[in-house]
Design a protein. Structure first.
Length: 394
């Protein structure tokens, strides 16, 4: 197969997960390229194997030829062995901090938000009013930033992921993270400077002080990873909770079923991650020639791991397009990726989703979508989550 010849007439990177063409792709083509030369892996086994092959496939949404200085590489795009060093510093700070108080903080926050929403009359946007404040406030609290600034984090996070910085390392404002997003970086730099001057008992101080293999993070490295954590802790968890609440609101009997058997909430979270993963695909750059089912993938080729497609692989899941709470292996999906670089925030995301849904079930008797409400995806090409969810609550 010619590594530069597109072989499908539709683009799997923009197709919806339930597009019939995606099923035909998994059956007929399996591994293919879009018109821009990006390889797409559609089947579960191929995606799982590729996530484990970290030597060949390096994470990066950057366009070909875009060079990012080492200190400004997000953790997901740093190659080994430096990736492991940075990851150990982050994991070490989290382990030392023990995620203390996240459960109680998140529970109190969800109750506070619903106190306000249930006192209102009429239609509300559940995404903006209930879901969005949860991950932004939790991650800010965990990292040591003022939770009251959650609206800033949300706006800056959306600004980054919806702009050109993730692919071009620049936007119309400037080059690099500080040039493209000066307000975001100035805020984080200020937080770092305060902890350099007076360390605190929080994640940021621990991150700055943690040493692995004889080195600590520089201020720029710390800023880069803190920005990444704030973005990833906001975007993906927001879509996880939003997608599940959307399913609850639009599926007859599901809300009562979950209310009657709270053990099913964890299963519902996993099934939502499978059916509606917050990240539709993972982008990688091939570093050495690879063969996947006879397709010759060359160095520097871009490769998309089709998470949403793999999670609907007919060879792995019975009734793959159906939301089911009776699957024998609820976690047998790739909603958080796979391999040694599986999402480091998976446990935190599950915790937040479990609390947000359980408090919602405790406090809300019924939820009704507005008649003309339809699922409109967020304007981020790799993400999957509703921009808003207009509902009435009882």
């Amino acid at each position: 197969m010619d590594s530069k010849e597109p072989v499908v007439s539709f683009d799997p990177l923009v197709a919806t997960p339930d597009d019939p063409a995606m099923m035909r792709l998994r059956t007929d083509e399996v591994v293919t390229q879009n018109a821009n030369g990006v390889w797409f892996l559609s089947r579960f086994d191929d995606v799982l194997a590729a996530t484990k092959n970290i030597e060949t496939f390096n994470a990066s949404f950057r366009e070909p030829g875009v060079v990012v200085p080492d200190e400004e590489q997000f953790i997901n795009e740093i190659p080994e062995p430096r990736h492991g060093q940075i990851r150990r510093i982050i994991n070490g700070a989290i382990a030392t901090h023990k995620l203390g108080g996240v459960d109680s903080f998140c529970t109190a926050l969800c109750h506070q938000l619903l106190d306000d929403l249930l006192a209102r009359d009429g239609v509300i946007d559940l995404v903006g009013s209930y879901v969005m404040p949860v991950p932004t406030s939790v991650i800010a609290n965990l990292l040591g930033a003022p939770p009251a600034d959650f609206e800033k984090w949300a706006a800056w996070s959306d600004e980054v992921v919806q702009g050109t910085y993730p692919t071009k390392y620049r936007n119309e404002r400037g080059v690099g993270l500080a040039g493209a997003h000066p307000e975001f970086t100035a805020y984080v730099d200020h937080q770092i400077a305060m902890r350099r001057a007076e360390p605190r008992d929080d994640f940021m101080s621990l991150l700055l002080d943690m040493e692995v293999d004889g080195r600590r993070l520089t201020d720029i490295e710390a800023r880069t990873q803190l920005v990444f954590l704030l973005i990833s802790g906001n975007e993906t968890t927001r879509h996880l909770i939003s997608n599940l609440l959307w399913t609850i609101a639009t599926t007859d009997g599901l809300m009562q079923q979950l209310r009657d058997d709270r053990d099913l909430v964890n299963t519902a979270i996993e099934e939502s991650l499978r059916l509606d993963p917050p990240i539709q695909f993972l982008m990688r750059t091939c570093t050495a020639e690879a063969d996947v089912r006879g397709a010759r993938i060359c160095p520097h080729d871009k490769v998309a791991f089709g998470i949403a497609s793999a999670n609907r692989d007919e060879s792995m899941f019975a009734e793959p397009d159906t939301f089911r709470l009776d699957r024998s292996d609820p976690r047998g999906h790739l909603g958080f990726g796979g391999g040694p670089h599986v999402c480091p925030g998976a446990a935190l995301a599950r915790l937040e989703a479990r609390i947000a849904v359980n408090v919602f079930l405790d406090r809300v008797l019924a939820v009704r979508t507005v008649d003309d409400t339809r699922y409109e995806n967020v304007p981020v090409f790799w993400a999957h989550g509703p921009r808003e969810m207009l509902v009435e609550l009882d």
